[in-house]
Design a protein around this ligand. Structure first.
Ligand code: AMP
Ligand code: MG
Length: 345
């Protein structure tokens, strides 16, 4: 973390302390009182909000789960399990890391290779992780792509090993899994109403304390606002878009989601992909994959499965949504001229 990020993170920590102080409300009011905790983790700002008498302690437990997972799976922190695996070619993993790697391999199959956590030699060559940007040559890309693919990772129980030169990055699924662990920790601590914002990945627990649904704004991929709103109960809502991390060189924009078949930024005509479901890690894996696969392949996957819904914005400002969301999604007034198309099974 650089100095300015550290400063902002400590300011967030201060906000948490202030939010936790001086509540002398009656116990009935306290159960509806919102408590919030902000932290900087997984290279992003997160705000966790929960309601109820035990919300403060529950939020501490949830944030503990996120920082514990980060310490295990960070690709840049020396000492993390993934860092050790990448550096030494083999490592003994904790159960969470092993489970997430197995899940990522399963998702590689389910997405016909669009999600590939062995892409790290390629993504690190583009320099997105360390913000040292570089456009690799075709020769570089073909030799780096030879190091990627699910067959390069072997898992034997909790013992992981990689082929020579291969490397793993769980950046496409880590925040989603962190949301699952945080939501679980909140529930274990008695929370029945919470909204977790993990740097744009949203995960909710229950409904609002008064029983009404949450309103979740979905980021406009072409500007800073939101293009639409989802009104939902307990769910994970995860969006991937080129706007999240990119650089411009010689007038060309390069972004951080890479097509494993070319080693280059995925250009499938998708400006952003939002996946809604009950499991954060699944939504995270699929939002990255949908950005790579494009609208038609994502729709096809949705037709064959019933564990997620999607909202895809194309480069032409068309919004495709799967029918499960048709009642809960509404375009913002400022985007009411965008074409909205409901996909049906
Ligand atoms: P997300 O923000 O969840 O869409 O994940 C994007 C991050 O996942 C990138 O910053 C890379 O670290 C990594 N990544 C990029 N392309 C892929 C891919 N095709 N499969 C798996 N991970 C990827
Ligand atoms: Mg993702």
């Amino acid at each position: 973390m650089n100095i300015s990020k550290m400063l902002k993170a400590s300011l967030c920590a201060c906000a948490l302390l202030l939010a936790g102080c001086g509540s002398e409300a009656s116990s009935a009011a306290q159960s509806l009182e919102k408590q919030s905790l902000s932290l900087f983790a997984m290279d992003t700002y997160m705000t966790l909000s929960a309601y109820g008498d035990n919300a403060g302690a529950a939020l501490e437990a949830a944030s503990g789960e996120i920082t514990r997972l980060e310490a295990q799976i960070s690709v840049t922190a020396p000492g993390s399990e993934i860092y050790s695996l990448n550096a030494a070619g083999s490592a003994e993993l904790s159960e969470d890391t092993e489970e997430l790697l197995r899940f990522a391999l399963e998702m590689n199959q389910r997405t016909a290779g669009a999600l590939d956590v062995t892409l790290y030699p390629v993504t690190s060559s583009w320099g997105f992780t360390k913000e040292e940007h570089h456009v690799p040559t075709e020769e570089e890309l073909s030799s780096l792509l030879a190091l990627t693919g699910p067959d390069k990772l072997e898992l034997n129980g909790t013992a992981a090993s990689l082929s020579e030169g291969s490397q793993i990055d769980l950046g496409a699924v880590g925040k989603g899994y962190a949301g699952d662990l945080a939501a679980e920790a909140l529930k274990e601590n008695g929370v029945t109403s919470a909204l977790l914002d993990l740097g744009g990945n949203i995960q909710t627990v229950g409904t609002k304390p008064d029983g009404s649904l949450w309103k979740i704004g979905i980021r406009d991929p072409f500007s800073d606002g939101v293009f639409g709103t989802l009104t939902i109960g307990e769910a994970a809502v995860v969006t991937s878009g080129a706007y999240e991390r990119f650089f411009v060189e010689d007038g060309v924009t390069y972004w951080h989601i890479i097509d494993p078949t070319t080693g280059k930024p995925a250009s499938s005509g998708v400006a952003s992909a939002t996946i809604v479901g009950s499991e954060g890690r699944l939504c995270d894996a699929l939002s990255t994959s949908a950005f790579v696969m494009g609208k038609d392949r994502t729709c096809e996957l949705w037709r064959q499965n019933d564990d997620f819904d999607y909202i895809i914005v194309t480069d032409e400002r068309q919004v495709y949504i799967s029918e499960g969301l048709s009642e809960s999604f509404a375009l913002s007034d400022s985007c009411s001229d965008w074409e909205l198309i409901v996909d049906k099974k």
